[in-house]
Design a protein around this ligand. Sequence first.
Ligand code: UDP
Ligand code: MG
Length: 309
Amino acid sequence: MKLSVIIPCFNEQKVIEQTYQVLSNEMKKLPIDAYELIFVNDGSGDKTLESIKSFAQHDARVKYISFSRNFGKESAMLAGLKACRGDVAVIMDADLQHPPMLIKDMLKKYDEGYDQVIATRTRTGDSAPKTFFSKWYYRLVNRLTDVEMKDGAGDFRLLSSRVIQSLVDLPEYNRFSKGLFSWVGYNKYYLPYENVERAAGASKFSLKSLLNYGVQGILSFNDKPLRMCVKLGLFILSLCIVYIVAMVVEFFTKGVSSNGYFTTMTAILLIGGVQLLSIGVLGEYIGKIYYEVKKRPHYIIEESNVDKS
Ligand code: UDP
Ligand code: MG
């Protein structure tokens, strides 16, 4: 059996060497016939690519794909999945936050017949607000979308070749892997592990990019948010009708009353807010359609030692 390990790297020069050593050592302990390490350089501005090339020079099992600029981790993972030649693939971060020791257990579960073995991290070491928001975010996502996403289940996972094929066959431009992994289905096994800090360097995801990622997660999978806008609109409309009826009744019973400033303002602000929100949601979907219809490639490969066949 051949194992492919896919490692997206973006400005990881501080840690990449260590990652390569640790991974190579770990590979020796695994019950496999062959392996390949696919490093996807996602437009790093530092010496990451030089390091990867130096590994490749003396180790034929090291493959690399280098993008012409930073296309994001989603694109890097896709490139890795397209390039891998193994019977199974494991996707993992370059910063050793995903413990390579876990690959052994993942393979065991694969042998038991699971197509996806998903490492789920605990949240020890995360800040309290981050844990809190993540928990609520996952509740929201699971309510708003058709796919099931589990808190702590990230991109660190083993995929069988048929899962890889299904993923690669999905042509969409807006890729939200966490959802796609879940969407393709097959039998999954969740493998818990203790959260680890990154070995060196800094996280590439700022609060802003996490927020964008979060919105993308909710909107990528179906049109439930649009339906919610319709429901919200109907709710506000019925409130308005009740209010108008009440006003008319009051007019005929008590005559004109002039203290309507508060209610007028509330109505304007409330309806205005709901309208803006709904237009925003609509706009997000149109934005997605805009990117889909352009049919641009997910990434551009500048150089690589993976043969195209
Ligand atoms: N990464 C990438 N492209 C990007 C951002 C990140 O390929 O645009 C890679 C990064 O090199 C790392 C992994 O994605 O291997 C996870 O990134 P990071 O450790 O910064 O995220 P965190 O663990 O803090 O969520
Ligand atoms: Mg990390």
